[in-house]
Design a binder for this molecule. Structure first.
Ligand SMILES: Cc1cc2nc3c(=O)[nH]c(=O)nc-3n(C[C@H](O)[C@H](O)[C@H](O)COP(=O)(O)OP(=O)(O)OC[C@H]3O[C@@H](n4cnc5c(N)ncnc54)[C@H](O)[C@@H]3O)c2cc1C
Length: 307
């Protein structure tokens, strides 16, 4: 079996939409499942911790980087195909490295209904399954029928009903919290045929909604916090007078356009700067409203000596 093409000392900032992140000690973007298995063998031999990265659109990566192996599941593992089922539904299979927007557009172009929400989310299919990503009233759990994944060097398949999908979580996220490293390989979705013109118009409408309400031209990781039960994070932050707020001139700021987004103006803030602001926001909102905000953004690597 050929050796996996593992790189050393790779800066992670270009692989995160927040544009922060020091170097990964080792880094690979596998070309397929064989190379992925080879990468895990390499990590095992060297006793390295492994982190699975998608498009880095929900990660705040430490300025110190990651002292292990980062496996980025990118477009080399991002094929997409479809087949018609006997039940009249169309089954779309997308590799984990396929961009979610590509999946959404692929479905819309085929006149398939129900994946329009995916068009504007800047993650990969793998990251979206892990997070049960969603928008405008729909989530991955509404379209997925099964997920293929790698666990302990074995390829497995799970019905969507067993994937533990909840608000911005899945069984894969829970496994990762328990120190396991499952790798999502692909998702199969089932969608009915609809009116293609209406579907395309709905995609355009959602895109327009996003452009007008979100700071898409500034580095961020989307919503910084999860939606607290019975509240909206952006509203609580705004009520605390923090819309547009910055602690200093590092570049880390609560977006003046959408208080739910912490942005990294000009990409100049460090991950520590951003985390300091996130912690400040949580503290102030708790003081003012009694509501504890939980981060949606995932921290990668070490922060102030802690993980
Ligand atoms: C401008 C902007 C708008 C956004 N809007 C939305 C929105 O409307 N709705 C929404 O839900 N999210 C939104 N997000 C957040 C983000 O796009 C989603 O959470 C997305 O699903 C993350 O996918 P990713 O590939 O970037 O994952 P990453 O950020 O790379 O990783 C996120 C987590 O998933 C894990 N992971 C990634 N790929 C795999 C894999 N193949 N196997 C196992 N684990 C994996 C990682 O280990 C990590 O813990 C937005 C982000 C931005 C920047």
């Amino acid at each position: 079996m050929p050796e996996p093409s593992i790189l050393e000392n790779v800066r992670l900032a270009p692989y995160s939409t927040f544009r922060t992140g020091g170097p990964a000690r080792y880094f690979i973007e596998p070309s397929g499942e064989d190379e992925l298995l080879g990468a895990f063998r390499f990590a095992e031999e060297k006793g390295l911790e492994v982190f699975i990265l998608g498009n880095g659109s929900n990660c705040l990566i430490s300025d110190k980087g990651f002292d292990g192996l980062v496996i980025r599941i990118g477009k080399l593992m991002g094929g997409i195909s479809s087949e018609t089922g006997d039940d009249g539904l169309t089954y779309v299979t997308a590799g984990a490295g396929c961009l979610l927007s590509r999946f959404g557009n692929f479905c819309a172009d085929m006149g398939l209904e129900g994946a329009e929400f995916a068009c504007g989310i800047p993650g990969t299919v793998g990251g979206a399954v892990f997070m049960n990503a969603g928008a405008y009233g729909r989530e991955i759990k509404d379209v997925a029928v099964s997920v293929r994944y790698l666990e302990n060097n074995e390829i497995k398949e799970m019905d969507a009903s067993s994937c533990g999908f909840g608000y911005r979580t899945s069984v894969f996220a829970k496994k990762a919290e328990n120190g396991e490293t499952p790798v999502i390989l692909s998702m199969k979705a089932a969608l009915p045929k609809g009116d293609k013109d209406k579907i395309l118009a709905y995609c355009a409408e959602l895109k327009q909604k996003r452009t007008s309400s979100q700071p898409l031209d500034v580095p961020s990781a989307g919503s910084t916090f999860k939606r607290p039960e019975g509240h909206f994070a952006a509203k609580l932050i705004e009520d605390s007078g923090l819309k547009g707020f910055a602690l200093d001139d590092s570049g880390a700021q609560v977006s003046p356009k959408h208080a739910g987004f912490v942005v990294n103006n000009n990409g100049t803030a460090s991950a520590e700067d951003i985390l300091r602001l996130i912690d400040y926001i949580s503290g102030k909102v708790f003081e003012d409203s009694g509501v504890r905000l939980e981060k949606e953004v995932r921290l990668v690597g070490e922060f102030g000596g802690k993980r």
